[in-house]
Design a protein around this ligand. Structure first.
Ligand code: FAD
Length: 478
């Protein structure tokens, strides 16, 4: 018997639920990845970093599958790659190969659920089974619920219940080895597409997440586990190598979340404990999106759907360009534009700044992040934005408004990160780096920058913006 494994956000050849299950139940196993035109066509930027990143992951996966096949005596195994609508390509390929089953790891995003439903229905009409597996999370959907059987809306009790379940059940592993089955050789003529064939151009170079694929994910993870003991102290400082930078690898499944959790728990200590909490946040927001798909377009807390945001295209454009006049906000926005990554502290700060200092609807910022983040994940991005804008579940209370100046002084005390990403301010001494508009003319001359000319004066006064935000929220709280 034969099966097809459909790779999506799980671009690895180890600890892989769908591949492991297919190999244990079928003699011949084919593997496929589809560059889905229904996703690619929505990308505004023809040099989108994610397409190049995925293509590199796919190439490495193809090589790894060839090696796995060879180890079991099969020459010419690898990854079939298609470019088209996944909901058409998968049933067509399954029919052409004559497989009895198609396996895939579950994806919890609303569009993916619809797509998989279509594929499952088409396969069922052909008498082919669609087997979907839990893989990209430790606990999914309704596996961690309140005692009353309802979904959690607060993180801490969810986290506690998640950890209790982990203690009770432990972590499964999905070894990929030739059990009963073997990988099938590729048909003659199968080849990987080029970026140009997919209709894309190479993205600009740069960024901490440039390294794609399982090997890069493994190297990043090894580096991180060597310093995880400091994570809880270092993670809030964007200028320090404190976080793991694994987000894109978690997004595309070039690392296994189970292995990461296992390794963190084996390492132990406060840093590892706090880091596992972050992985639990990832699952918390996926659970929220699954139970409340309305958060896609609405505030989690319905009363905040009545908030009246400002229509301020110029402010939004300045924010996107990293020209708000608040150096750490601008540094974060430029890190995003230049690399496709932004440090978590700066995601919180820039999101808060857009919604609470500029009064712009969080959905417009969410969209911008979705366009640029290499690690873009619908659930985490939506959750993060609704947290920062105070419209979400377990969000920052609306009256807690980040002061961009205080955040800058606290989390980039020497201005190292600012100077790296805002080169106009490279010559500004530490005492002015967080508020360069306070420099007099002589200080500006000495620093080699003219505020309002080379670098903008602040777009808004924080105290006034804060008062407007309190009034905006106050109006809907009645
Ligand atoms: P680490 O600190 O090393 O964390 C490890 C992993 O835990 C991350 O890779 C991520 O998978 C997960 N994680 C950490 N924090 C969170 C969180 N708050 N919510 C959910 N998962 C988390 N994360 C994304 O993966 N994709 C997004 O599109 C995304 N958008 C965000 C938007 C906003 C406004 C905010 C405030 C946060 C967003 N995050 C998003 C969460 C977080 O900022 C990133 O996961 C983190 O910065 C990635 O860097 P890292 O891998 O070095 O993180």
């Amino acid at each position: 018997s034969s099966a097809l494994v459909w790779f999506r956000r799980d671009l690895r050849s180890f600890d892989h639920a769908a591949l492991s299950r297919a190999l244990s139940a079928h003699e011949r196993v084919h593997c496929v990845f589809v560059f889905d035109t229904r996703i690619l066509d929505t990308l505004a930027d023809r040099a989108d970093r994610r397409v190049a990143f995925i293509l590199r992951c796919v190439a490495e996966l193809n090589d790894a599958l060839a090696r796995l096949g060879a180890a079991a005596g099969v020459t010419g195994a690898g990854l079939i790659v298609r470019h088209g609508r996944a909901d058409e390509e998968i049933p067509r390929l399954a029919a052409a190969l004559g497989v009895e089953a198609v396996f895939a790891n579950r994806d919890y995003e609303p569009d993916a659920i619809v797509r998989d439903g279509r594929v499952a229905a088409a396969l069922a009409r052909m008498g082919t089974v669609f087997g979907d597996c839990k893989d990209q999370v430790v606990f999914e959907r309704d596996e961690v619920m309140t005692q009353g059987g309802t979904p959690f809306s607060m993180f801490t009790p969810y986290r506690n219940a998640w950890l209790r379940r982990l203690e009770a059940e432990g972590l499964p592993s999905w070894p990929v080895e030739p059990h009963a089955g073997r990988l099938a050789p590729l048909a003659p003529g199968e080849h990987l597409p080029t970026l140009a064939e997919l209709g894309f151009a190479p993205p600009p170079a740069g960024g901490p997440l440039e390294q794609a694929g399982m090997s890069a994910g493994g190297t990043l993870a090894d580096g991180f586990f060597a310093r995880i003991g400091h994570y809880h102290e270092a993670r809030d400082y964007p200028g320090v190598k404190g976080v793991s930078y694994l987000s894109a690898h978690l997004r595309f499944g070039t690392v296994s979340v189970r292995e990461l959790v296992r390794r963190a728990r084996e390492t132990g200590g406060e840093g590892a404990r706090v880091w596992v909490d972050e992985l639990i946040w990832r699952e918390f927001y996926q659970m929220i999106l699954w139970h409340h798909p309305r958060v896609l377009t609405h505030c989690f807390r319905p009363e905040y759907d009545r908030l009246r945001w400002d229509d301020a295209p110029d402010l939004l454009a300045a924010w996107k360009a990293g020209r708000t006049g608040y150096p750490l906000v601008d540094a974060g926005m430029r890190q995003l534009a230049g690399s496709g990554y932004m440090h978590n502290r700066l995601r919180m700060l820039t999101a808060s700044f857009l919604s609470k200092d500029l009064g712009v609807d969080w959905r417009l910022g969410e969209r911008h992040f979705a366009d640029l983040l290499l690690d873009y994940d619908l659930a985490a991005n939506n959750g993060g934005w609704q947290w920062a804008a105070s419209t979400g579940c377990d969000a920052q209370p609306y009256f807690r408004i980040f002061n961009p100046l205080a955040q800058s002084e606290r989390f980039d005390p020497h201005g190292t990160f600012i100077r790296k990403y805002v080169p106009e301010l490279a010559g500004v001494p530490a005492r002015w780096i967080h508020a360069p508009w306070k420099m007099d003319e002589a200080a500006q001359r000495a620093a080699g920058v003219r505020i309002g000319h080379d670098y903008p004066a602040p777009l808004v006064d924080h105290a006034a913006a804060r008062a407007r935000t309190l009034a905006r929220f106050g109006a809907v709280k009645g």
